[in-house]
Design a protein around this ligand. Structure first.
Ligand SMILES: *Cc1c(COP(=O)(O)O)cnc(C)c1O
Length: 459
């Protein structure tokens, strides 16, 4: 008999969530300019805005918080953190930072610069921003299936190896200081990368003497996908799979706010001694002394324990299954989503959900607002609000490639009945989708407008 995959924990400490009425939420939405980023978290019933820094920590992590050593130099907590991270990554030099983007900033301050190119499957937005800020160019080379919302390829995060080699030959290996792979591919829907593909990327980069780094934010989720989907890995432990993944690369950047199961933190790790020396020199200027980076001793304790818990296979089975569960229920009801479900989020395909709303009237924003108005659920638009542009010369609207709404699942926070409620709200909304009308932007900032834009509903 197939048994329900249950939450592999019981709840020791709870945080109440606040219930509001539809009328209250209509007023809150109006006051927020119809932008869920501007809604107070206390006014949200179920918050699926992001899986970053929103995990529930375990009793052992909280115990570690009390036990943190806050010494400036040589703190015990640092050595615990270093040994936990080294146990899985195998890297010689491990440099703590306050979050993932701080690790990126240090890496590209050293390796970036004008005339340089950095390939990746798909750069996450902070990675791209740090590369571009250094003057270098960030290039996405994910396989074509990774850009098709309906392709059922098991590893949609893979890199196109032919494109990679062609790219290196065209631009010259001397202009490519580093190659990266993001596991799982966050910007591409949380889709995994196969070990075979990581090995192929490594071999191409090695042939041209280019160092290879992982953007390792969701390394454990990626490892479990490999165990489930890649031939030859079913009988390996997730820890062994993760160790093998890291062994193919020369280093990594990591946001501990994802797969280290903590609320703040990150690190940069590598085997190259000279690179580590340069990184530590910058770290001291921007983050702090090498045995704490931008973190407190207690944060390092929590990360060390998070690294032990995140490769637990009962946890990962529950984690991937609970995301897939949400996706399956929506697909069964005919709701269009990006397939197959990723590791950390489900993406509604707004183009299919509200085909009567054109991209310039922001179908994703309409769905995000209705999710909140109708159900008190907060999600994020990843479509033309975030990536759409107006052509400066012609004044024409240029839509995003996809119109998506991301429902990110915080780690260990919500139970199956919370998710069942989310499913009910979305199915009910889908039935009434023709009543959704779209929005106009009435205010936008010159950059990253989605965070602060204000909207007006079309009536
Ligand atoms: C979150 C994230 C980052 C940046 O990490 P922060 O901790 O938010 O600075 C980088 N890459 C990927 C893939 C991420 O998901």
């Amino acid at each position: 008999m197939m048994k329900t995959i249950i939450e592999p924990f019981r709840i020791k400490s709870v945080e109440p969530i606040r219930f509001t009425t539809t009328e209250e939420r209509e007023r809150i939405l109006q006051d927020a300019g119809y932008n869920p980023f501007m809604i107070l978290a206390d006014d949200v019933l179920i918050d699926l805005l992001t899986d970053s820094g929103t995990a529930a920590m375990s009793a052992k992590q909280w115990a570690g918080i009390m036990d943190g050593d806050e010494s400036y130099a040589g703190a015990r907590s640092f050595y615990k953190f270093e040994s936990a991270v080294r146990d899985i990554t195998g890297y010689k030099y491990i440099i703590p930072t306050h979050q993932g983007r701080a690790a990126e900033k240090i890496l590209f301050t050293i390796l970036g610069g004008a005339g340089k190119f950095v390939p990746n499957n798909t750069h996450f937005d902070t990675t791209r921003a740090n590369i571009e800020y250094s003057g270098a160019e960030a290039i996405d080379l994910v396989i074509d299936e990774g850009k098709d919302p309906d392709s059922l390829h098991p590893f949609k995060g893979n890199m196109d190896i032919e494109k990679l080699e062609k790219f290196i030959k065209e631009r010259g290996p001397e202009n490519i200081p580093i190659g990266m792979m993001t596991v799982t591919n966050n910007a591409g829907g949380g889709q995994p990368v196969s070990m075979e593909n990581l090995r192929a990327v490594k071999n191409v980069l090695k042939k041209y003497n280019i160092p290879f780094f992982l953007d390792a934010c969701r390394f454990a989720e990626n490892s479990y996908f490999i165990k489930l989907r890649e031939e030859g890995y079913a009988d390996k432990s997730v820890k062994e799979i993760a160790q093998e993944m890291f062994s193919l690369a020369d280093g990594c950047t990591m946001s501990a706010k994802k797969d280290a199961l903590v609320n703040m933190g990150g690190f940069l790790a590598m085997n190259d001694e000279n690179l580590a020396q340069s990184a530590r020199n910058i770290l001291i200027v921007t983050e702090g002394f090498p045995t704490y980076g931008g973190l407190s001793g207690r944060d390092l304790e929590a990360i060390a324990q998070g690294f032990v818990e995140v490769v637990d296979e009962h946890y990962l089975r529950y984690r991937l299954r609970s995301t897939e569960y949400l996706g399956e229920k929506l697909m069964d009801a005919g709701v269009p989503i990006l397939r197959p479900p990723g590791g950390h989020a489900i993406y509604l395909n707004a183009r299919g959900f509200t085909p009567h709303i054109p991209p310039e009237k922001f179908p994703g924003q309409s769905i995000v607002c209705e999710l909140y108005r109708f159900g008190g659920i907060r999600a994020v638009e990843i479509g033309s609000v975030m990536f759409g542009k107006t052509d400066k010369k012609t004044g024409n609207f240029i839509p995003a490639t996809m119109e998506l709404v991301r429902l990110a699942i915080p780690r260990r926070v919500y139970t199956q009945s919370h998710i069942d409620y989310v499913v009910e709200v979305i199915i009910e909304m889908y039935k009434g989708r023709e009543s959704l009308k779209g929005y106009n932007i009435v205010y936008e900032a010159p950059m990253l407008r989605h965070f602060t834009a204000r909207f007006e509903p079309i009536t």
